[in-house]
Design a protein around this ligand. Structure first.
Ligand code: 5MM
Length: 341
């Protein structure tokens, strides 16, 4: 029986982030013409959880509590995933509210009820959890207060999860919104991650027991400057992680709104630049949501009602998880992704 730890999860493969809240999932369904109903949210999660690609390539799948209730082939989904060599992970943050300071920055909710929920999810087979904080880059943000408060909450969360003998995924997402360049992204990621590291130390969280889910160091979505080389992103992303975590930490990057191909090439460049040092510095894998599932969901929309498109969606997922598997091992190759348009 596998004992799921950060190293065994990421040693098997990348993480499939399928934990969109019902509100976000409804938007994703509506965008491809699928009704915004629980029945379809759950059916989509079933398509992902039963995909051969998930079983072969994913170290873990992150699910929203809503989907953690579903049965697959008569089994609770947590047990089903475990039996298929995929670590079941539940999102335990309860979303964000914009209440910090004069810029109304985001803070993540859910600490109060966390201990009870950890007991419940663990009993249902979850081996890990995820908590996301978000930081918006602007003229005056992220503020010191937002960075400090979210770091404190992330560290308290991680401590509770480690104490419950589960693996916490700690996700400080520096958002891609904005027109900032890569050096501004580097500077803000450095501040955010340093605060997270300091608070984890303060709460005596063993860094070897967590998976960090950071942003890559990339320019904002509206950046108008020169194109970047893959090597710039790789160098700056590795730089910030190695400086803040000199003894290493296991990472699984979020995709943050990057296109499928560029995000996968960034993942490849980051790992190539490590030059085989990933065992020392920690894995630098992916925990992508949109890059892995956007195109498969479009494919599924072509036959979701009679489930005639399940195989198409699972094949599209296979392309992406396989490409990410190679990319996160630093293997140079043609991604060869097909698109539904
Ligand atoms: C899958 O989306 C996750 C939950 O988002 P909401 O609660 O806002 O609906 C999200 O935390 C996700 O895991 C990360 O942002 C990474 O996803 P991307 O698409 O950026 O790789």
């Amino acid at each position: 029986m596998v004992i799921w730890t950060p190293k065994t999860i990421l040693g098997k493969g990348n993480i499939l982030a399928a934990d969109e809240s019902p509100t976000t999932m409804n938007k994703r369904l509506a965008a491809v013409g699928i009704p915004k109903e629980k029945e379809y949210r759950n059916a989509w999660r079933e398509v992902l959880a039963t995909a051969p690609a998930t079983h072969i390539y994913a170290g873990a799948i992150i699910l929203h509590p809503e989907s953690f209730k579903i049965l697959i082939e008569g089994q609770p989904i947590g047990e089903y995933l475990f039996d298929h060599n995929v670590a079941p992970i539940v999102k335990v943050d309860e979303g964000i509210e914009h209440t910090i300071g004069k810029y109304e920055e985001a803070i993540t909710k859910g600490l109060g009820t966390l201990p009870d929920r950890l007991t419940e999810y663990k009993a249902q087979g979850a081996v890990g959890t995820k908590w996301r904080a978000t930081y918006l880059i602007g003229e005056n943000t992220p503020s010191h207060e937002a960075i400090y408060k979210n770091a404190d909450v992330l560290a308290q969360y991680a401590k509770a999860v480690v104490d419950a003998d589960m693996v916490p995924i700690v996700e400080p997402e520096v958002l891609m919104a904005g027109d900032h360049g890569i050096d501004k992204a580097l500077y803000e990621n450095q501040k955010v991650l340093t605060a997270v590291k300091n608070h984890l130390d303060e709460y005596n969280v063993d860094i070897g027991k967590i998976i960090l889910k950071p942003s890559m160091v990339i320019p904002g979505l509206d950046y108008q400057g020169d194109d970047l080389y893959l090597e710039d992103v790789a160098k700056k992303t590795n730089q910030v992680l190695s400086e803040v975590f000199p003894r290493g930490v296991d990472d699984s990057f979020l995709s943050g709104g990057q296109g499928d191909e560029i995000g996968l090439y960034h993942l490849m460049a980051i790992n190539q630049a490590l030059n085989g040092f990933d065992a020392v510095l920690g894995y630098r894998r992916a925990s992508f949501g949109r890059i892995f599932v956007n195109e498969p969901l479009k494919g599924w929309a072509t036959g979701y009602m009679d489930r005639s498109s399940d195989t198409l969606a699972q094949n599209l997922l296979m392309e992406r998880l396989k490409a990410a598997h190679l990319a996160s091992n630093g293997v140079m190759h043609e991604l060869n992704l097909s698109y539904q348009g």
